[in-house]
Design a protein around this ligand. Structure first.
Ligand SMILES: Cc1cc2nc3c(=O)[nH]c(=O)nc-3n(C[C@H](O)[C@H](O)[C@H](O)COP(=O)(O)O)c2cc1C
Length: 322
C-alpha cells in the first residue's frame, strides 16, 4: 500500500508546501511540484484575475499537480468558485482560523468535488478537522501554533495525535517542521505527511525579497511575536517596528477603538515586508522553527534532504534503548 497523501494528490513525496500570501507564487509552487511534492498557490483573498494568472503561470512551469488556497469566508469563497471550476487545479486548499462552517463547506466542496477537484482543509482544532471530514474533505492538514502566519493556541505536538486518531482520511502535520526530525515526529504522531511553510521561504525559487530571506536566516532563537490576538486573528511574525506599533496599539486601547486601524495597518503588511523587503515597516512572517533554517537551497533539495533525514531518524529509533 502506498502513502495515502501521495495517492490522494497524485504526487511522489508526501511533502506539501503551505500556501503563503505574497510568497507562494508560481515559481515556488512549480518548483515544489516538479520535485515530487505538492505546491500550493498563496492566492487566498486575491482578485480572481490574479488567481487565474498564477494558475496559468504555474502551468507554464510544471505539468505536475498543485493546489490553490482559498479562505473559507463568505463572500470570498463564492467569488472565486467559478474560476476554480473553470481552471480545475488538482486541489483546492481551504483555510480558516477557527470555527469551520459545515454549511459553507457543503456549498463549496460539492461543486469542487463534482468537477474532480480534491479538497484539502487546514484545521487548527480537532473540531474543525472533524467538520472538514464530515463535509467531504479529501485530506486535512492539522496545523499547530508553532507555524508562521495566522495561528491558533493549540500546539502541533498536542493537536496532531488527536486529529490522526479521530479521522479516517489522510492527515498532514504542520507547524514547526523544517527538517527530517520534525517529519519523523509527525509520522510518529500518526501523520501521513508534512506541510512546511517557513522552510520553503528560504528556498531559491521562493520569489520574496532577499531582505525577508535574510531576516529569517538571522533568527537565532525563537524570537517571533504574535500580533492581532486582541481581534482574534493571531498572527506570528518576526518582531520589528511594525509589530511594536501594533502590539502597543493593542495593549493600550480598548479593542473596539482600534480594531479598524489594526485591520487597516495589517492589510498591506505582507506585501511591504515579504515582497518589497521593508523588514521594519512591513511584516516578515515565519514560524518558531526559523532558527533551524540556516541556508537557502533549491526546493527540490529541501524536500529530498528532509525525507532522507527522516528515514535516518526512523532507522536510528529502532535501536533506541528504553
Ligand atoms: C509568510 C507566511 C504567509 C502565510 N500565508 C498563509 C496564507 O495565505 N494562507 C494559509 O492558509 N496559510 C498561510 N500561512 C501558513 C502556511 O501555509 C503554513 O501552514 C505554515 O507556514 C506552516 O508552519 P511552518 O511555518 O512552521 O512551516 C503563511 C505562513 C507564512 C510563514
Amino acid at each position: 500500500m502506498g502513502n495515502r497523501v501521495c495517492e490522494v494528490l497524485g504526487i511522489e513525496k508526501p511533502v506539501i508546501q503551505g500556501p503563503m500570501a505574497w510568497c507562494a507564487f508560481a515559481p515556488l509552487v512549480a518548483a515544489v511540484s516538479n520535485a515530487g511534492g505538492f505546491g500550493v498557490l498563496g492566492v487566498a483573498s486575491a482578485p480572481n484575475e490574479l488567481v487565474r494568472e498564477q494558475i496559468h503561470k504555474t502551468r507554464e512551469l510544471t505539468d505536475k499537480p498543485f493546489g490553490v488556497n482559498v479562505f473559507m469566508i463568505p463572500p470570498l469563497v463564492e467569488a472565486v468558485l467559478p474560476v476554480l471550476i473553470e481552471e480545475r487545479p488538482a486541489a483546492v486548499y481551504a483555510d480558516i482560523l477557527f470555527d469551520l462552517d459545515p454549511e459553507l463547506c457543503k456549498v463549496f466542496f460539492t461543486p469542487l468535488k463534482a468537477a474532480g477537484i480534491k479538497v484539502i482543509v487546514k484545521a487548527s482544532t480537532l473540531k474543525d478537522a472533524m467538520v472538514a471530514e464530515e463535509a467531504g474533505a479529501d485530506l486535512v492538514i492539522a496545523k499547530g501554533w508553532e507555524g508562521g502566519g495566522h495561528v491558533t493556541p493549540e500546539a502541533t505536538m498536542a493537536l496532531l495525535p488527536q486529529v490522526t486518531q479521530a479521522l479516517s482520511i489522510p492527515v498532514v502535520g504542520s507547524g514547526g517542521i523544517a527538517d527530517g526530525r520534525g517529519m519523523a515526529a509527525a509520522i510518529a504522531l500518526g501523520a501521513d505527511g508534512i506541510e512546511m511553510g517557513t522552510r520553503f521561504l528560504c528556498s531559491e525559487e521562493c520569489p520574496i525579497h532577499q531582505n525577508a530571506k535574510d531576516a529569517i536566516l538571522a533568527q537565532q532563537d525563537n524570537q517571533s511575536v504574535i500580533i492581532l490576538s486582541s481581534i482574534m486573528e493571531p498572527c506570528r511574525q518576526i518582531p520589528n517596528a511594525f509589530s511594536d506599533e501594533l502590539l502597543a496599539l493593542e495593549a493600550n486601547n480598548p479593542v473596539k477603538d482600534v480594531e479598524g486601524i489594526l485591520r487597516e495597518k495589517f492589510g498591506p503588511c505582507l506585501k511591504n515586508g515579504m515582497h518589497d523587503g521593508d523588514t521594519e515597516g512591513g511584516s516578515v512572517m515565519s514560524g518558531m522553527i526559523a532558527p533551524l533554517v540556516t541556508e537557502i537551497k533549491p526546493a527540490a533539495e529541501i524536500i529530498d534532504t528532509v525525507i532522507a533525514e527522516c528515514k535516518e531518524v526512523i532507522a536510528r529509533s529502532n535501536s533506541f534503548e528504553f
